[in-house]
Design a protein around this ligand. Structure first.
Ligand code: NAP
Length: 277
């Protein structure tokens, strides 16, 4: 498994697992739990969730899936912006820990920028670290201006990642944000690598994938894996697709293939607002 270095010096798998909508449908519970476990078996041992997902149901299901193998997993969760104050973050984190059935979250992210001043949010993260409830913290959906603001806040440089929408069809961050993060040693955590599945129905991608003997999902992931400092967190709730997605790790794209993808999905030619879901 390719690994990506965090600024703290720890490394994490470049391919992890998303869990948005996992836990929403009780009839799918056993398969979803088995899928997360299968992903861990295959090395996709970074699991991303959030207090928002299914109002805690995703965290609860992740907790059940990893209960017997906590030490194998790098666990990421996210706090709502309206819980990003000193007092509310402590309560939100303790509720996440209970649902996840763990003592510590490895990486706790501010889900998107909100009204609480960043300085207070950073202090709240630091207090949770001191209390041993989280090991590291980071942000999500921060555009370049917001990252610059974070960098001006005392302690802001301790952020470990910025989780943003990034896939073949959404390459806006390549104009400036990705370079800014790279210059500071912060990996990008690419969410919705399949654009929630829409990208995989794109005829150009499907034809390209067929010509390379890959599936569209594998091309989307293999392309992200060619990028330095990028962690991708695809979501699937079924084991067959988990196997298919994990197999992307053994597929490399040649320079002409990458060039062809660039023709099909051009990078931005100027600054664009950060895309979000
Ligand atoms: P995604 O990973 O781009 O796509 C998930 C969709 O693709 C699901 O419908 C899934 O269906 C389908 N899929 C997965 N593998 C497939 C395959 N091999 N072939 C065909 N379809 C496949 O979308 P996402 O869930 O929005 O993003 C991934 C993760 O990023 C989330 O789960 C979440 O953890 C995180 N995220 C974070 C933010 C944020 O604001 N920070 C926002 C969005 C997402 P099945 O499950 O049925 O396979």
């Amino acid at each position: 498994m390719k690994r990506i270095l965090l600024p703290c010096g720890e490394s994490v798998p470049a391919l992890g697992q998303g869990t948005w909508h996992v836990g929403d449908d009780p009839s799918r519970r056993q398969e979803e739990i088995a899928t997360i476990q299968r992903g861990i078996d295959l090395g996709l041992a970074l699991v991303d969730t959030a207090e928002m997902y299914g109002d805690g149901r995703s965290e609860e299901l992740v907790g059940a899936a990893i209960a017997a193998r906590r030490h194998e997993v790098f666990l990421v969760s996210k706090v709502y912006p309206h819980h990003a104050s000193q007092r509310a973050m402590l309560r939100a984190c303790e509720a996440s820990l209970r649902r996840l059935r763990v003592e510590t979250i490895d990486l706790y992210l501010l889900h998107w920028p909100g009204a609480v001043p960043l300085a207070e949010t950073v202090s709240a993260f630091e207090a949770l670290q001191r209390a041993g409830k989280i090991r590291h913290w980071g942000v999500s959906n921060f555009d370049l201006e917001k990252m610059r603001q974070l960098w001006r806040v005392p302690g802001g440089h301790a952020a470990q990642t910025n989780q943003v929408l990034y896939n073949l069809g959404e390459r806006g961050i390549e104009w400036d944000l990705r370079l800014w993060l790279r210059d500071r040693g912060l990996p990008v955590m690419a969410y919705s690598p399949f654009d929630e599945g829409r990208l995989l129905r794109q005829p150009g991608l499907q034809a390209f994938a067929q010509a390379c003997g890959m599936t569209a999902a594998q091309v989307a992931l293999a392309w992200l894996m060619t990028q330095a400092g990028v962690i991708a967190i695809p979501k699937t709730g079924n084991r067959k697709r988990m196997d298919e997605n994990a197999a992307a790790l053994s597929r490399t794209l040649s320079p002409p293939q990458i060039e062809e993808l660039r023709r099909l999905f051009p990078e931005p030619s100027g600054a664009v607002p950060l895309a979000m879901l």
